[in-house]
Ligand binder design. Structure first.
Ligand code: SF4
Length: 366
């Protein structure tokens, strides 16, 4: 249950539907109004500025473009994904979250009020490029659903995305906040996906998130409401006994949902950077994740030694294939060498991989 200490509203944003939803959701929380908000002023001097940033909520207009190509990672196979940033930072607090480094200078939890501008921009782009199939996600610098019960973002945008012939919208989450989706008709154009980890990893490192059983129950509710599903085994963490836990996790996922409704599954091992490790050690001294041995890769990220992660992906793929020979599986932020060793092929280009994922998700109708 998210409860900010304060909600700061930038002038002009009080006319938005999100403002009205926040007022309804938090009648007892103080709302402060300001002409222009510099979101790092309030937290700059604090010891844990990133953690403090999660306890305030700033409602402001987004300046600039909402839709961007996912930056991917240098030299890694890219899946031609687009992102919409409707919010920044996240009310949950995973020890390995890359936002700790990415948003270090800009940590206040922010929601953008001008959703009408977002829809106008998206409409213009999709209409201009009807022959291109867009896979778009909202979970790059926030969780797609954790704030939805309070801001009602999905109810504003899903009716629009459901009508787009050349778009699949992905809502990626570690929450079980799906109530607002269930009464909408996604018309096969919306994928709700969960990042999955064994309960042991959730307890140790995914603070404030839904439990494994809650995520699976939410996935079942979305499936019943007509949504396609996605699962991201990411980050896969290596520890003594990981095989047993992840095998059990894969079996639980396939026992919970109909594999024919799964649009895609991705796999990715734990990735860090030296800066992120510093933040993890300072904010989560009890976490064992920064202690694991990792090597620096050409994109500047640290991962497990290549033979180790290839072995982990192969095992995961074997368990997934035993449960479903048809579900689409891809690797997130991995090199061509790793793709080759895990799948026996490398996508010819990012366009090919993006189209293949989209094609699978819409049953071959691109
Ligand atoms: S749920 Fe995602 S965005 Fe939120 S803290 Fe965890 S990793 Fe970061």
């Amino acid at each position: 249950m998210f409860k900010p200490q304060e909600i700061i509203v930038e002038s002009g944003s009080e006319r938005s539907p999100i403002f009205r939803n926040l007022k309804r959701a938090f009648p007892e929380i103080p709302f402060t109004f300001a002409d222009e908000v510099r979101d790092n002023e309030a937290t700059r001097s604090m010891r844990d500025a990133f953690g403090e940033g999660k306890r305030k909520l700033l409602l402001a207009r987004h300046r600039g473009e909402f839709l961007k190509k996912c930056p991917g990672s240098d030299g890694q196979v890219c899946c031609n994904y687009f992102v919409i940033n409707f919010a920044s930072n996240c009310p949950m607090d995973c020890s390995y979250c890359y936002l700790q480094e990415y948003l270090a200078d800009n940590p206040v939890l922010k929601v953008f009020s001008n959703v009408d501008d977002l829809l106008r921009e998206a409409d213009a782009l999709f209409s201009r490029q009807r022959k291109f199939f867009f896979r778009i996600g909202t979970g790059e610098i926030t969780d797609s659903l954790a704030l939805d019960p309070y801001i009602g973002f999905c109810a504003e945008v899903i009716p629009f995305f459901a009508e787009q012939p050349n778009v699949l919208l992905e809502l990626k989450t570690k929450s079980d906040c799906v109530e607002g989706l269930l009464k909408l008709d996604p018309k096969e154009r919306v994928v709700v996906s969960w990042s999955m980890n064994p309960q042991k990893v959730i307890d140790a490192d995914e603070h404030g998130t839904a439990s494994l059983d809650e995520r699976l129950a939410a996935a079942r509710r979305c499936q019943a409401a007509g949504y396609k599903l996605g699962f991201h085994f990411d980050p896969i963490v290596e520890y003594a006994g990981w095989e047993e836990d992840y095998r059990d996790l894969v079996e639980k996922v396939f026992a919970a949902v109909d594999h024919r409704r799964i649009a895609w599954i991705s796999m990715g091992v734990l990735r860090t950077t030296p800066g992120l490790k510093r933040a993890m050690r300072s904010r989560f001294p009890a976490s064992r994740l920064p202690a694991g041995e990792q090597v620096l890769c050409p994109d500047g990220k640290m991962r497990y030694f290549q033979p180790l992660r290839v072995g982990m992906y192969r095992k995961m793929l074997g368990w997934i294939r035993a449960a479903s020979p048809i579900v689409f599986v891809y690797l997130c932020m991995e090199s061509k060498e790793v793709w080759e060793q895990v799948f026996g092929f490398v996508p010819a280009c990012e366009k090919e991989l993006g189209q293949a994922i989209g094609q699978q998700a819409v049953g071959g109708r691109l």
